[in-house]
Design a protein around this ligand. Sequence first.
Ligand SMILES: [Zn+2]
Length: 75
Amino acid sequence: MAFFNTFKSGDVVPASGSYAVLHSTPHKLPQRSVHVEGDKFQPCRLCPLGVLYRLEQPGAQWPLFANPAQAMAAC
Ligand SMILES: [Zn+2]
């Protein structure tokens, strides 16, 4: 797999999945969040240089399946 792309705040999310969130100012520990294709990566008020997002797990933890009933229906 070749999913080592990084994106920055303001970019459109290219693929749904779990992203590592890397702030340009070290005020926060690196974290993960789920983003949905077509959304925009959120900027950070504390990071004038923006935030980097790195795709870690494409398609995993699909937010629409947060509801177990919907997850079942999708199978
Ligand atoms: Zn920040």
